[in-house]
Design a protein around this ligand. Structure first.
Ligand SMILES: [Zn+2]
Ligand SMILES: [Zn+2]
Length: 375
């Protein structure tokens, strides 16, 4: 048997040195040192946070508490939550649902997003009367920040909510500061890049891709020195295209994945990351967004697809890669699926994300078409 020649030469020495250097830069989890624990947060309704719930959350590994700030809650509930968090020595963050707002949609239907030019959404709502060419159909009850009127109203609302919130608030999560679901008209809940896409606007549409980033910057002024974390939904997926095999059919016949969706998505996300110091939370609401599907089984669920957005798709669109140490993962914890939730927590934590946030409150992503003007 002929042995290969292993006489070291300059190149093998160089390769050896390179290996040593690469190993030296690997994260601590790959070395012999014990891995530090991933932060685990729970998003709760402040009025339901009491000592019993706290004990349960601490037993489940809580290292942070997040409370929903909303008109539904009283300042006294926030104060009680602050006392409980402080006694347990847990940081307390706030969470605001921005884009999906029934009260604003009722008061100002003209600020609601319109379904974009593609009519494919109609396949999801076969009983909805086919609109005429000039009809404007709204995405009830989504009022994105993407009109100057709604932008100002949302900012004013957040100021009020923060005025009532406890001063010990450690930071704020902003959910749904992208545009509305089905934004291009494809019907996909994750299609969030466009506002009134090639249809008539009923308010002053904002077109600057840095609109979400500007919003984060404006909210930072309301809570100076504290982190403001945008919560981001991933766009229409490759598997949603009718030409993919297999496919979900969620984009109808619109070629969203290869079209504008992702290009525009990263034009919005890139400036947002600059404002948030690189930190972003991904909305991995698997069942709420209809991603608890057999097609994802090969990759052990939906989470790897979400990860791909930040590490594979980003560089393909000249956007910065989001490192996992800057990525929070928001999981659906409200629908009593303990085994599915546990698997997702383990998967996120084994990928060493910055923090897992289990939401015990429903983060409603639903919508339905509504004729404008509404009656
Ligand atoms: Zn679309
Ligand atoms: Zn899309």
């Amino acid at each position: 048997m002929v042995r290969p020649d292993f006489t070291p030469n300059r190149w093998t020495l160089f390769a050896g040195l390179l290996c040593v250097l690469i190993f030296a830069t690997l994260p601590a989890s790959n070395s012999a040192q014990p891995a530090s624990k991933i932060r685990r947060a729970f998003l709760v309704d402040p009025s339901k946070l009491d000592d019993t719930l706290l004990a349960r959350l601490v037993a489940d590994g809580a290292s942070t508490l997040v409370i929903e700030l909303s008109e539904r809650h009283a300042a006294a509930d926030y104060q009680k939550a602050a006392v409980i968090a402080s006694a347990a020595k847990l940081p307390l963050f706030g969470w605001v649902e921005v884009g999906r707002n029934e009260a604003l949609a009722k008061a100002h239907p003209e600020w609601m997003a319109s379904l974009g030019m593609h009519g494919d959404w109609q396949k999801r709502f076969p009983n909805f009367a086919k609109p005429a060419a000039d009809d404007v159909v709204k995405v009830w009850p989504w009022v994105p920040i993407w009109t100057s009127e709604a932008y100002a109203a949302h900012l004013g609302r957040i100021k009020k909510l923060l005025d009532a919130a406890p001063p010990s608030l450690a930071g704020l999560y902003l959910n749904d500061i992208q545009a509305a679901p089905a934004s291009c008209g494809c019907g996909n809940d994750q299609c969030r890049w466009a506002m009134d896409y090639r249809v008539k606007s009923t308010a002053t549409k904002l077109t600057d891709p840095a609109t979400s980033a500007r919003f984060v910057a404006d909210v930072k002024k309301l809570l100076p020195g504290k982190p403001i974390v945008p919560v981001w939904c991933i766009e229409c997926e490759e598997i949603d295209a009718a030409t993919s095999q297999p496919n979900t059919g969620l984009c109808g016949s619109v070629p969203c994945f290869k079209g504008l969706c992702w290009k525009e998505y990263f034009k919005q996300l890139t400036p947002v990351l600059k404002e948030s110091g690189g930190i972003v939370a991904a909305a991995v609401l698997t069942r709420e967004l209809g991603r608890d599907r057999a097609e994802y089984a090969k990759r052990s669920g939906w989470l790897p697809t979400v990860f791909d957005t930040f590490r594979v798709l980003a560089p393909l669109h000249d956007a910065p890669v989001v490192s996992f140490s800057s990525l929070d993962i928001v999981l659906q914890g409200w629908d009593d699926q303990p085994d599915k939730l546990r698997r997702e927590i383990e998967q996120a934590e084994s990928n060493r994300v910055r923090q897992v946030i289990v939401s015990l409150i429903k983060i409603d992503q639903s919508w339905r078409p509504e004729n404008y003007p509404s009656k």
